[in-house]
Design a protein around this ligand. Structure first.
Ligand code: PLP
Length: 391
């Protein structure tokens, strides 16, 4: 086992692109909110596939849908109609209360689609994004992403992108003019440090967009599909986006992305956008199953209740000498530390809990929404232990 572990790490390190910084853990299988390493050790998963595993690992409804559809038809470009795609598009549009959807394969690709759609619809070039926002790593999406480390090696990026402070409607108003096609924000900034939109902020952004003839793009790639205790986080704020970007947990763990288009965003002019794998029946079948689990089951409500209880508990019990702030919505939880998060992640892994950073000082927990109460509270207790030890 030990040799297999070393072989895998050496082999991957020898051939990987270099883009990823990896931990010395080799994950071989998962079930629910548990992950198992090559030595047979079980971990409580608070990484949740970085947001792609809201339904957990090996969910039976997703497995059954994938197996059935894989045998029926996997590849079918949108040259042709397909019944699974038709059913999925209708179900997703109904769930999001948006009339139309473009299906793609990842979050960054959904952001690219949103930028193109809003430019085409308004005839304007500029995109306004938020400081600390994260929207992906392809060149257009990267232009809207704030983090300098991700951007610097690849500049120049799109020149027509402006960044304004998050949660500051006055600064946004100052940045709007007749060149602005769209404003893009996350309802809870994920990679930027788990920072929820302040009450009323999204409403103000939506109003400012409308007054300026600009479109509102909400990036719910991480916040969508039950994560925050709502099917989509913006439902808590009572706003309606013009464009809604989705990916990560959209298809129960299979790669897929979506750009939902509201009335003001209209439609793409024919033949101006596309994707070979976009709308493939395999992803659509998985998406349909994932949506059904979330809409008919109690996972979304569970995320809201358990998330609120965990936040209350952490706020009351985490030591102030180690922790600056505890934030989040639903089961999207951020703990801002006074020190670096790296050693905390390592200590958690040693005690059987895998978790995420969000920047250098924020510990982020994104457990699958199917996590059992026992595992959830065990993970919370381990976080408390580790942060009480760390001085
Ligand atoms: C992960 C993420 C993206 C990018 O998605 P990919 O599938 O990795 O391209 C974009 N926006 C947000 C908010 C994300 O969390």
């Amino acid at each position: 086992m030990q040799n297999a572990l070393l072989d895998t790490i050496a082999l991957e390190d020898a051939h990987t692109s270099g883009a990823y910084v990896k931990r010395d853990v080799q994950i071989v299988r998962g079930q629910g909110a548990r992950l198992e390493d090559a030595a047979g050790r079980s971990y409580i998963d608070c990484v949740g596939g970085m947001g792609a595993a809201n339904l957990g690992h090996g969910h039976p409804a997703i497995l059954a849908a994938i197996q059935r559809q894989a045998a029926e038809l996997m590849v079918c470009p949108e040259l042709f109609h397909n019944p699974v795609r038709a059913e999925y598009q209708a179900a997703l549009c109904a769930a999001a209360a948006m009339p139309r959807v473009f299906l793609c394969n990842s979050g960054a690709e959904a952001i690219e689609g949103a930028i193109k759609a809003t430019r085409a619809a308004t005839g304007r070039p500029t995109i306004v994004a938020a400081m600390r926002g994260f929207h992906g790593r392809t060149l257009g999406a990267l232009s809207a992403t704030w983090n300098k480390t991700y951007r610097a090696p690849f500049e120049p990026l799109l020149p027509e992108v402006r960044h304004v402070p998050f949660n500051d409607a006055d600064k946004l108003a100052d940045a709007l003019d007749e060149t602005v096609a769209a404003v893009i924000v996350e309802p809870v900034q994920g990679e930027g440090g788990v920072i929820p939109a302040a009450p009323g902020y999204l409403r103000a952004v939506a109003d400012l967009c409308r007054q300026n003839g600009s479109l509102l793009i909400l990036d719910e790639i991480q916040t969508g599909f039950g994560r925050t205790g709502w099917l989509f986080a913006h439902q808590a704020d009572g706003v309606r986006p013009d464009v809604l970007c989705l990916a990560k947990s959209i298809a129960g763990g299979l790669p897929m992305g979506a750009v939902l288009l509201g009335e003001r965003a209209g439609t793409f002019p024919p033949a101006t956008h596309g994707s070979t794998f976009g709308g493939n029946p395999l992803a659509c079948a998985a998406g349909l199953a994932a949506l059904d689990v979330l809409v008919t089951g109690d996972l979304v409500e569970r995320a809201r209740e358990r998330g609120a209880a965990v936040l209350d508990h952490l706020r009351a019990h985490l030591p102030e000498r180690a922790v600056r702030d505890v934030r989040g919505r639903g089961l999207m939880i951020g703990i801002e530390l006074r020190g670096k998060v790296g050693p905390v992640l390592a200590a958690l892994a040693e005690r059987g809990v895998l978790a995420l950073p969000a920047g250098r000082t924020v510990l982020r927990l994104l457990p699958p929404l199917v996590i059992s109460d026992d595992d959830l509270w065990a993970a919370v207790a381990t976080v408390e232990e580790v942060l009480s030890d760390a001085v």
